[in-house]
Design a protein around this ligand. Structure first.
Ligand code: MIG
Length: 693
């Protein structure tokens, strides 16, 4: 059951696609006092949600602010990352969900100020608030209802489930060809190579550097022949430069965000001075979206949208003020206060709140112009929506890969997200793990972190361990920053280990793709905390480093250096699978409870849940070559030998959009005596490789 409450004059975010009449009675659960919502939190009640945020799966104990930010310091004490996902789930004996559809700054103080209080504070009270409860009292049911409210999650092309290599630092066509060749030489599968900002002509969106990439269509075609897709980056800011058509057109049509007096706002990003397209204006959005055609026409079929919080290095106005103030300090004795002030002048140039208050959007549809800070969290969403809507128009029958850095709930219908500028830190591997279920709750299914870590220097063991988790995340991309240690998998000494782990991804593909599609089409979670699958197990909600993935798997990644195993909690009996690659699958039945499970550096462990089965394909060099008609299956009936394991496999060509065609479904049954049957229009050969007996 969904109840909607409206306050003030909410800005239409289009996050919710169903219509709910606003309730007139008073809000349940919460008291409203002095501009905040208060809810007393019983001591043992976990709180879930918030999508892309720091800290645990259980979000209690910290204060989180929805304020899309380009902040590369993802610390425990960070308040905001790139996304604003205002959905919370309060657990306990009568759980409920709350979604606050509000595009401005919003704080969730979840037992930070006072341990037993949830305090939610929006900057203004122009918002819609939804309370979701379900009769069965299940967290999964509440998430399901929420996901139906916000609409179907984005579905990428199947190749986007392959392994991708990226680096900010590939500067030329030769660099790209070299990456492809080296992966081939190392016999490691690869489906995508990403182009970062250097492919552009002076960081100008929708241009290609003639000098560095003289023939992108040919390069794209050559790569496709090897089964590799090129995925260029698009930035939010448009360079101010005479003669640059995107700039000139945008200016002429009035499509850039403007200051109060109507002059286009000048901020700086990569290209230096830039304007920001008014992504909230439907005409500007369509105009910007249609620009992607330039690259689609070159044979490109995937993009990533960056810097769309939007990140602003400095505004022209502020920069001038800072220069004046700095000049005035010259020659003075800088005591501590003055020195602090001096340093802060330059240090607060980037992403300054004052700048976000200095420009406006014209949202059209009869709505008055609105100051950016009031709708700040919608910018990245609408940039990605611009692309998504244009793709529907330009390529109605084809799926295009799209993921964004900044997001708001609603954007999950148009693209995925990557988890931004993490560091090559073990703690960021764990953070990646914890974020996955929170994002699933909010509809962001196509997601993953920069494997190996973006900033700072990675190490071979970190990359390997991270890949051992990354082979389970829909977006599986190795990405790193300019100036850091190069981290392509072929650069390290234990190539066999890395190769085998990457190849495992391709064995898992039929399952991962099937689970992804079912989660998208049925509005369910892809990754879930243990407590969601085992609601009556009091220990399950204590587990912060194990996840359920789809219906059959429980993951227990190793995320510590110099360890050759880990403790795992099993809410019920499960089958342990230990593997160092496709040719090495070992099985062990495990009872419920606590176990220490060995996992050497080159090995990964995962668990098949009782009564479930896991289909596995042969490894392949790319997604195109994964053959889902010949499968092995691990089936674990548990100790009940009369049980049957059944699995509904979703498979399609991976490009078209006839998602609901019944021919995509096959149902596999495996009995404890090894009898296999498969219903469905596709022919499949299924060989059990483990059955509990
Ligand atoms: O401020 O395009 O998060 O993935 O490599 C850096 C360069 C701008 C930030 C992205 C990162 C990308 C980088 N970009």
């Amino acid at each position: 059951m969904v109840r909607k409450y409206s306050f003030g004059n909410p800005f239409p975010t289009d996050a919710v696609i169903k219509h709910y009449p606003a309730e007139q009675d008073s809000l349940p659960y919460f008291a409203i006092k002095e501009g905040s919502l208060y809810y007393p939190l019983p001591a043992d009640v976990p709180v879930y949600g918030l999508g892309e945020q720091v800290r645990g799966i259980n979000k209690r104990g910290w204060s989180y602010t929805s304020n899309c930010s380009d902040d590369p310091h993802h610390l425990e004490t960070t308040h905001s990352l790139y996304g604003a996902h205002n959905f919370l789930l309060v657990g306990g004996s009568s759980p409920f969900g709350i979604f606050i559809d509000y595009p401005g700054q919003l704080t969730f103080d979840i037992g930070y100020t006072q341990k037993d209080l949830l305090i939610i504070t929006p900057e203004n009270w122009d918002l819609d608030l939804y309370v979701i409860e379900e009769e069965d009292g299940l967290l999964t049911s509440i998430v399901h209802t929420f996901r139906q409210m916000i609409g179907r999650s984005y579905i990428p092309p199947k190749w986007a489930f392959g392994y991708g290599q990226s680096r900010w630092g590939y500067k030329t066509e030769e660099d790209i060809r070299e990456v492809a060749a080296k992966y081939k030489e190392a016999d490691m599968p690869l489906d995508a190579i990403y182009l970062d900002i250097d492919y552009m002509e002076q960081y100008e969106d929708f241009t290609v550097s003639e000098e560095k990439f003289p023939d992108l269509p040919r390069l794209a075609a050559d790569m496709k022949k090897q089964g590799i897709h090129l995925v260029p980056i698009i930035d939010a800011g448009v360079k101010i430069k005479e003669g640059y058509s995107v700039y000139e057109e945008g200016l002429e049509k009035g499509y850039f965000c403007k200051e109060e007096d109507g002059t286009p706002f000048v901020g700086a990003v990569w290209p230096g001075r830039a304007h920001f397209p008014d992504m909230l204006n439907p005409d500007a959005r369509r105009w910007f979206g249609m620009k992607y055609k330039v690259l689609l026409d070159m044979g490109i079929d995937g993009f990533w949208n960056d810097m769309n919080e939007p990140a602003i290095f400095y505004s022209e106005k502020r920069l001038n003020q800072v220069f004046d103030e700095v000049a005035a300090l010259k020659g003075q004795n800088l005591d501590m206060e003055k020195n602090d002030h001096f340093l802060s002048l330059v240090n607060t140039l980037a992403n300054n709140p004052e700048d976000y208050r200095s420009f406006y959007h014209e949202p059209g549809n009869g709505l008055p112009k609105i100051r950016h800070d009031k709708v700040h969290n919608l910018y990245g969403y609408n940039m990605t929506r611009a692309a998504g809507e244009a793709f529907e128009e330009l390529e109605p029958d084809k799926r295009i890969l799209m993921f964004s850095r900044s997001s708001y709930i609603g954007m999950h219908r148009y693209g995925g997200i990557w988890q931004g500028d993490n560091l090559s830190w073990w703690s960021h591997l764990l953070m990646n793990v914890k974020m996955m279920p929170s994002l699933s709750m909010c509809g962001f299914l196509y997601t993953g972190a920069d494997l190996g870590g973006f900033g700072a220097d990675t190490t071979e063991d970190l990359l390997l361990r991270w890949l051992e988790f990354g082979i389970f995340t829909p977006l599986m991309r190795n990405h790193s920053a300019l100036g850091t240690r190069e981290q392509e998998a072929y650069r390290f000494s234990n190539k066999a280990a890395l190769r085998n782990i990457i190849r495992l991804r391709y064995c898992l593909l039929p399952y991962l793709y099937s689970e992804y599609m079912k989660a998208a089409l049925n509005d369910t979670m892809l990754f879930a905390p243990l407590a969601f699958g085992y609601p009556s197990d009091p220990h399950a909600s204590q587990v912060e480093d194990q996840l359920l993935l789809g219906e059959s798997l429980m993951l227990a990644p190793v995320y510590q250096p110099n360890t050759t195993g880990r403790y795992v909690y099993l809410p019920e009996e499960m089958l342990l699978v230990t593997t160092s690659g496709p040719e090495d699958l070992r099985f062990e039945k495990m009872t419920a409870g606590h176990h220490y499970v060995p996992a050497a550096e080159h090995e990964l462990i995962f668990f098949v849940r009782k009564g479930h089965l896991l289909p596995l394909a042969e490894a392949a060099e790319n997604v195109e070559n994964v053959d889902a008609s010949v499968l092995k299956a691990i089936a674990y009936t548990g100790t009940d030998t009369n049980a049957v394991c059944s699995y509904t496999l979703y498979d399609d060509d991976g490009y078209g959009k006839d998602y609901n065609d019944p021919s995509h479904l096959s149902v596999i049954h495996i009995e404890a005596d090894g009898t296999v049957s498969c219903e469905g229009s596709e022919e499949r050969t299924i060989t059990p490789c483990f059955i509990c007996s």
